[in-house]
Design a protein around this ligand. Structure first.
Ligand SMILES: Nc1ncnc2c1ncn2[C@@H]1O[C@H](COP(=O)(O)OP(=O)(O)OP(=O)(O)O)[C@@H](O)[C@H]1O
Length: 306
């Protein structure tokens, strides 16, 4: 049994197809990243997993329960960090936990939960004075009540500084070590690359890739990206390079050309850029990052940036 099984899921809002015939299976014990550009259908899919909205078509099973007919059983065993969450400014962190424990009818030590998300030292402070990252941890602590088998996190790194993002990764790993399956959506590619066993990329509601990050690299022609420095990089140069033979995609990145080579040798492409487009000052070849792969799978226009 997979932790999450999505079969033929479609969701339409009027004319908008938010999710289009999606099939996806997340195994128990995985840390799974769910990626896609703005409007790709991530939150809609998550809302269907939790039965906040109903699918137009398809069947979704979470922890062996039909998400639509057995939503209560799903929610009992699932902890959620929603995209938009609310904390009560006048209640302390501890009071939030006590309230949530009572609502769930669970007898656990609230301080231990706050320790797991590393804000126990702020237990007696009002949440109104918490930083964004502390609020996020507080909501995560509430999600951990009852030791859920599955954690669903919608953009858990939003608003966190690099230290906060690293600590969020450590918390995700620690929960996973306790046996929890983690399914999270994110735009922060480094975060996903550092922590996920597998990822799915969706674009315009459709699944475009699902694999390990190494698997995604292997599935692209070279798994490598060329970075080329030229004197004055303009949109015209990017467009011209995009049209060269053997160029899968060309974009501008930090003042350099980022070129994904498709089916020919990197040197042929470098030679063509130098001879036909613009003199090359310098170049480097790097293993494709998840961000490179994401651009490759989701950019609809040549030269488009994420
Ligand atoms: N309640 C709704 N009514 C109409 N259209 C909706 C509704 N909810 C979502 N959509 C549309 O469905 C598509 C998918 O939206 P969704 O929020 O699932 O994307 P997302 O991948 O979570 O995006 P983001 O990364 O920006 O949060 C978008 O075109 C969005 O406008």
């Amino acid at each position: 049994m997979g932790a999450i099984e999505i079969d033929g899921l479609t969701k339409q809002f009027g004319d908008v197809v938010a999710v289009d015939d999606l099939d996806l299976r997340i195994e128990e014990g995985e840390i799974f990243g769910f990626l896609g550009p703005n409007g790709a259908g991530k939150s809609t899919t998550i809302d269907i997993l939790l039965d906040f909205i109903r699918p137009t078509e398809g069947i979704v099973t979470v922890l062996g329960h039909n998400a639509q007919t057995e939503g209560k059983a799903v929610r009992q065993r699932t902890g959620v960090l929603p995209d938009a969450y609310h904390v009560y400014d006048r209640l302390t962190g501890l009071q939030h936990l006590e309230f949530a424990l009572e609502m769930k009818g669970v007898d656990e030590d609230p301080i231990a939960l706050l320790e797991r998300v590393r804000i126990a030292d702020a237990a007696y402070r009002k949440a109104g004075g918490y930083s964004k990252g502390m609020r996020q941890r507080l909501v995560l602590a509430m999600a951990l009540i009852g030791d859920p088998d599955l954690l669903i996190l919608d953009e858990p790194s939003t608003g966190l500084d690099p230290n906060g993002a690293r600590e969020m990764r450590e918390i995700i790993r620690a929960e996973n070590d306790r046996g929890t399956t983690v399914f999270f959506s994110s735009h922060v590619m480094e975060q996903v690359e550092a922590v996920c066993d597998r990822v799915a990329i969706i674009n315009r509601g459709e699944l475009v890739a699902v694999d390990t990050i190494d698997g995604l690299r292997d599935a692209t022609e070279t798994g490598e990206t060329l970075y080329v420095s030229v004197a004055d990089l303009t949109d015209e140069i990017v467009a011209h390079v995009s049209e060269l033979d053997g160029v899968g995609r060309a974009t501008a990145a930090d003042g350099r050309l980022r070129v994904i080579v498709d089916g020919v040798s990197k040197f042929d492409v470098l030679r063509a850029i130098d001879a036909d487009v613009v003199p090359i000052q310098d170049f480097s070849v790097v293993e494709s990052s998840l961000e490179d792969l994401f651009v490759r799978y989701t950019a609809d226009e040549p030269g488009a940036e994420i």
